[in-house]
Design a protein around this ligand. Structure first.
Ligand code: E4P
Length: 213
């Protein structure tokens, strides 16, 4: 299972890399704004830090606009994938970029129907959002279950499912249970995954006993 870092903050990415948990990186315009960095500089620095895919998102809304920006982003580093919201224009752009040998990821996926279209268009990666579905009281993980089931019916589908909008360690565990190719997660969820109260109390007990030896 792949672990992508959902951040444009190089400190997060370095910390995840030190744990062997930086198979790729996802960014979006919000994360770039939060980093306070210049878009190109941030993406190029991140793309040197990790050897896997670094997803960078254009903001164009027409096919031509997405293509123009996407080709520029893809030229920033060999491992940059163009991350495109799933719209009609986005699907057309993915189809064209694929023919040009440029890898893309379709994002903001909220239904199995969108996931099917993304695979047909030739997206290398899809990012279905679980947390934002949970936020509107729809079980986000049901989407992952549906997509995993549908994609498994067609072995020729090469599109990878990288579960996004991950908010809890349970999201990660459930994504693994459904056989998702990977997850993209903020560093705070990685920290959450390490924690268990019995681990903390166990260490405390061992140390207390050792001090009495
Ligand atoms: C990553 O590809 C997504 O942009 C990100 O996971 C969205 O997360 P959020 O719903 O917590 O903003």
């Amino acid at each position: 299972m792949k672990f992508f870092v959902d951040s444009a903050d190089v400190n997060d990415i370095k910390a995840a890399k030190a744990l062997g948990l930086a198979d790729g990186v996802t960014t979006n315009p919000t994360l770039i704004r939060r980093s306070g960095r210049d878009f190109k500089e941030a993406i190029q620095e991140i793309a040197e830090l990790v050897s896997g895919p670094v997803l960078a998102e254009p903001v164009g809304e027409t096919t031509e606009g997405i293509l123009k920006e996407g080709r520029i982003l893809a030229g920033w580093a060999p491992n940059v994938y163009v991350k495109i919201p799933l719209t009609k224009a986005g699907l057309e752009a993915v189809h064209v970029l694929r023919q040009e040998g440029i890898k893309s990821a379709l994002t903001l996926i909220f239904s199995p129907a969108q996931a099917l279209l993304a695979a047909k268009a030739g997206a290398s990666i899809i990012c279905p959002f679980v947390g934002r579905l949970d936020d509107i009281a729809q079980p986000g993980m049901d989407l992952i279950s549906d997509i995993a089931h549908i994609y498994s019916q067609y072995p020729d589908i090469e599109t990878e499912v990288i579960v996004a909008s991950v908010r809890t360690s349970n999201h990660v565990v459930e994504a693994a249970e459904y056989g998702a190719d990977g997850v993209t997660l903020p560093f705070k969820v990685i920290t959450q995954m390490m924690k268990h109260p019995l681990t903390d109390s166990g260490i405390e007990q061992f140390l207390a006993d050792w001090n009495k030896v």
